[in-house]
Design a protein around this ligand. Sequence first.
Ligand code: WT7
Length: 631
Amino acid sequence: MADNKNGGLVYPSDGIVNNANVKDYDSLYQYSIENREAFWAEQAETLRWMKPWGKVLDDSNKPFYKWFDGGEINIVDNAIDRHLDGETRNKLAIIWESEAGAVRSFSYYALNREVSQFANVLKSMGVRKGDIVTIYMPQVPELVFAMLACAKIGAAHSVVYGGFSYEALAARIEDADSRVLITADGGFRRGKPINLKAIANEAMKRSPTVEVCITVQNNGIEVEMEPERDFWYHDLQALPIASPKCPTEPMDAEDPLFILYTSGTTGKPKGMLHTHGGYAVYTSTTHRMMFDIKPGDRYWCAADPGWITGHSYIVYAPLINGATVMMYEGAPNYPYPNRWWQMVEKYGINILYTSPTAIRGLMRFGDRWPQRHDLSSLRLLGSVGEPINPEAWRWYYDVIGGGRCPIIDTWWQTETGGAMICPLPVTPLKPGSATKPFFGNEIGIVDDDGNDVPAGEEGKLVIKNPWPGMARTIYKDDDRYASLYWGDYADKGYYKAGDSAKVDEDGYLWIIGRMDEVIKVSGYRLGTAEIESALVSHASVSESAAIGLPHEVKGNVIHTYVILKEGVTADKNLSQQLKEHVASEIGRIAMPEEVTFVEALPKTRSGKIMRRVLRARALGQDEGDLSTLEE
Ligand code: WT7
């Protein structure tokens, strides 16, 4: 056990404090709240702009805020181009290791070459500024090149996580009207090849907008290629069109950088839209300050670039900050549970950022595995995705961090672009609390009227101010964006996060969990409505309900209740079939743990399923107020 524990607070060592980029949280926080625009302007000055901005914040059309309007910038100019002029040019930008142990590394100079070639290939395929290119790939360096190539030429990317099914991919391609799809033959998981191209082919059958599909060769499996539509990337890369020189397109600060789909209260995923300017400023500032990034750091965010964590904190922010980024394609415990710890030692990782579910998953195997390795290079540890339970926190802190490394628990969302609540390395920690708001942010825990609730009481988490990294809208659905996030407290101008939380006497924030119909499974965000609509799309199902129930490793798992159609008989076989059906409709991450066949579902008189009642019954708890329950 660490001895630097005091009154429930865990203090950073003098070494951490003396080295910190930001040494005094309180005074800078005070300044950032009183001078929000000045604070963000100062941070924006650390980036390279092609044309200066006019106004820092334009709030004339709430909640459609604009940041650094009138300014011109390209995030790739900051993530790559500007590093080519100085010492960073020959520094490693990316070190990548495959599950099988292959290593590829790229200096900033090499990254520029790869991205420029990819950009020229995209141009030759007719990709223009403003298009949305869909990317469906395993975690290989080309995924990062493809994202940056789009941004470089002014196209927006829409990355669809490689674990999603063809149905989910098709729906996202269609929503984005993508003409070009970038994929790979496949990847590996636990030594088994995964055939992504076959899934992409199925998706393309259902989404007629795709005219060109570029396939990166990765796992070497045989795939079906359609002449005229499908091209191997290495064939294109060998052509003169793929020149390693490509100009970086000047973009308006508010031009789209990407859309990224996330789950919400309806079955239809929301395409959250982020921009070049504000997103670059917000992600790079948070990254530099919370992870105390130093020029020599080797930084590893063990997420998938297909999620917002990967977009912000594998790809964009670390490259803007000129860091060396570690990437690993594969399972954390393959071939043995020491895989990650072996890589920390081998590459001398200084900062490791992961999720509570991954920590709990590795903790299961005991201390023996990490203890076989020298983890003394680690300086800071990060956590994201769901609340971290104190047991996992202690294990991460004591066994992985050797009692030296502050745990940076970062609360944020796809919608927020970057971390909103997090400690700095100098912040005294309370295990399980994401601690305090990041600079410029005022976080409220409020009741239905938007009034702050007293310390210790549960309330709704709101953000009381705009911030540069905020999503600008839901793609093609401004109304839904305005009402869903900003509608409940329109008079006060608060953003509703959808989480419930508490604040304690010391001003520390404690996230409790989602209040809406969103379930976090292993940190992945899934909507009950998506799961339910996948179930009712099965021929045997008449009605269904999905709830999340606590699970030791995954945080939550999905339990479903199904009413079968007349004449269909329930059995074990059918239950397995329905689980598989959900997995093939959405992806394996959405596969229910349990399917329970029922005759009826608890509903309100207006016909809404009372998931709260199902949950209480499953947990053997009090069912609460049932006055609205239908007979
Ligand atoms: C939801 C957003 C942010 C990148 C990954 C998730 C939960 C996220 C924490 C944390 C407690 C957390 C919230 C939030 N969440 N980080 N540190 N402590 N809860 O992004 O998939 O958009 O999910 O994740 O419930 O609303 P996302």
